[in-house]
Ligand binder design. Structure first.
Ligand code: ATP
Ligand code: MG
Length: 598
């Protein structure tokens, strides 16, 4: 499909409305020949021939045509504006849905500001085209042709002479179109780039301040700003070159008419009234010529924008979505990785991953940073597809699951916590917007978030800023955990979710998780750096450089005396494990008595 065909698929729905608009435009163009004609008759029949009785009828005719034209103009603008808003609404909706369906790989590459430009500046160019350019260009063409026909009917020689400007006009239109398109493409790219820069800097403003890099960022902004200005100026040079040419051509028509037309009147080849008529038609020839340069700009600007929107739209996600109707079917929560590998950008990210867990088990994942822990969970949720091997949930390859249903059964508290600028209640209830407040509160209690939320001036109604600004790291993590828990998932993934909370809170959360597991048979994956977070898991996976280098229970891994035992020693020193276990049990008992009041 080409960008234009894609655009037409939106226009098609408003075909009827647009045709109605074009019929009205045709009527206006046809009516515009009446007034100059009547003016000519007034000169010849009323002024020259003295038929004064005709004057009231002719004046009434002039008034009638003006009134009808006015009404039609109002109506066709309503029609085209309605059609353009409809086209734009559907296009925005379709592009936005597609954006939501794009996979992680798409968002890894694209800049947010760039995508925003597609939905704002580029869409505006499309709206302008449908609401204005289509009918104006059509009207110009009709008026030009009607006027020429009328001039032909007055005098063919005069009309032919006036036609001489046409080849020059066509040549200039063609040349301007060719030159302006790359200029507009540059323009749109610079605009996107500037947008992306501003968006990134506003979002990352705290980092800029923390590193006192304001001057550096302003310098970088100035470069982007300069580039955008220069590209605008370059584009304006193109139209500055052509617009005067069209003006000159339009004035040439006046000169031809006034010189040769007057000569013909003197020679008696045409009447005075004919000259007035042709003079009336002159603006119908002039206006399209004078405006040709601007409309060429509009058309090219529209084409550049629709190309950009379509190119973003047509990118297909690599993760395909088999949908079996979107009905929520409960998954049991059995997970198996069979010889799973994932490669990205010619690099092995995870390799030969093999493990199997039963529903209701807890799996701890530990390993060095960048070892592939989050990637493994991303493969389970099908944010990416494996390049080799298979991930099975309940014995079925995740590729064969209904993607929507699969993800609906997974509750994930991501490593990079993202909160919407909404109330705390809205953020927690994101996965189940229709749940009761009691359920939200219950999830918050399990995530040990209820206490601090209630201490806020507006409690659960407190609006958290963009990305959760105004909350501490640990508070954000706990809200994100509550959000995942409220989904009542079959598989719960906690990616580094308790890294920013103190040990006491962590052990409270672990106890709550245990309760959920026994109650709901939920499979829990816990990714953590602290041994304390995962030591009670049914299975612990130790990762390094994209591979599982050790797996087993806490005791068996300590006995292996490998990476896990080394990490244990780094975190707990050389204290004998049994002794430590006893100490922790005492500490946990103490914590429990404290948590009773929460
Ligand atoms: P951390 O403990 O720091 O969160 P991790 O074990 O979760 O680390 P991953 O996020 O899984 O590590 O990343 C593993 C490696 O793969 C990293 O080097 C990362 O840069 C790379 N990586 C992950 N996803 C992609 C991708 N889609 N394209 C390219 N590289 C990727
Ligand atoms: Mg990670």
């Amino acid at each position: 499909m080409t960008p234009m065909k894609w655009f037409y698929s939106f226009l098609k729905k408003y075909r009827g409305l647009i045709c109605l608009g074009l019929v009205m435009t045709t009527a206006i163009a046809a009516l515009s020949i009446v007034n100059p004609y009547i003016s000519g008759v007034i000169v010849d029949e009323v002024i020259q021939a003295g038929n004064y009785d005709l004057l009231p009828v002719l004046i009434a005719g002039l008034l009638g045509v003006t009134l009808v034209t006015g009404i039609l103009r109002f109506l066709y603008q309503v029609v085209f504006e309605t059609a353009s808003q409809g086209v734009l609404y559907n296009m925005r909706d379709k592009v936005y849905r597609k954006l939501l369906n794009e996979d992680f790989a798409f968002y890894n590459k694209k800049r947010t500001g760039d995508l925003m430009s597609r939905q704002t500046g580029d869409m505006e160019a499309v709206r302008h085209f449908v609401s204005f350019v289509i009918y104006v260009v059509y009207q110009y063409i009709l008026q030009f042709m009607f006027a020429l026909l009328m001039i032909f009917s007055v005098n063919a020689k005069l009309a032919l002479l006036m036609l001489l400007v046409l080849p020059l006009t066509a040549l200039n239109t063609y040349k301007q179109s060719k030159e302006i398109r790359p200029a507009f493409q540059r323009n749109r790219n610079c605009f996107s780039s500037l947008n992306a820069f501003v968006q990134e800097n506003v979002s990352g403003n705290r980092v800029v301040k923390a590193f006192a890099k304001e001057d550096y960022e302003i310098e970088k902004f100035n470069k982007e700003n300069d580039k955008f200005r220069d590209s605008q100026i370059k584009a304006s040079h193109v139209w500055m070159k052509y617009v005067p040419r069209f003006e000159i051509l339009s004035y040439a028509l006046t000169i031809i008419l006034m010189s040769y037309g007057s000569y013909m009147v003197i020679q008696g080849q045409i009447t005075m009234g004919d000259l007035v008529k042709v003079n009336g038609y002159l603006w119908m020839l002039n206006t399209p010529l004078r405006m040709a340069g601007w409309r060429v700009n509009d058309i090219q600007n529209f084409y550049t924008s629709i190309e950009k929107i379509y190119n973003t739209y047509k990118e297909e996600p690599k993760v395909h979505t088999p949908r079996t109707g979107g009905i929520h079917e409960k998954i049991k929560g059995e997970v198996e990785f069979r010889n799973v590998c994932y490669r990205a950008d010619d690099e092995d990210i995870v390799m030969d991953i093999n493990f199997k867990v039963h529903a209701g088990q807890t799996i701890g994942i530990i390993g060095s940073t960048g070892s592939g822990k989050s990637t493994m969970m991303n493969l389970l949720c099908r944010f990416y597809d494996t390049t080799a091997g298979e991930v099975l949930v309940d014995g079925v390859n995740v590729r064969k699951h209904d993607l929507y249903n699969l993800r609906d059964n997974i509750g994930m508290a991501m490593q990079d916590v993202f909160l919407f600028s909404d109330t705390i209640e809205g953020n927690i209830a994101y996965g189940r917007p229709n749940c009761s407040f009691e359920e939200v509160k219950h999830a918050a209690i399990m995530a040990d978030a209820n206490h601090f939320i209630q201490n806020m001036p507006e409690g659960y109604d407190t609006i958290v800023g963009e990305r959760g600004v105004g909350l501490s790291g640990g508070q954000k993590q706990r809200i994100s955990l509550a959000r995942a828990l409220l989904k009542d998932p079959a598989i719960l993934i906690l990616d580094d979710t308790t890294s920013a909370v103190d040990m006491e809170t962590e052990s409270y959360i672990q106890k709550q998780l245990k309760n959920i597991q026994t109650e709901k048979d939920c499979t829990v994956f816990i990714i953590a750096y602290r041994i304390s977070s995962i030591k009670d898991s049914d299975l612990i996976l130790v990762m390094d450089h994209g591979r599982i280098i050790e797996q087993g229970t806490h005791d068996s891994l300590l006995a292996q005396n490998g990476y896990y035992a080394e990490t244990f020693r780094n975190q707990y020193g050389e204290i004998p494990y049994d002794l430590l276990k006893d100490r922790k049990a005492t500490a946990d008992g103490h914590n429990n008595s404290q948590k009773g009041g929460r």
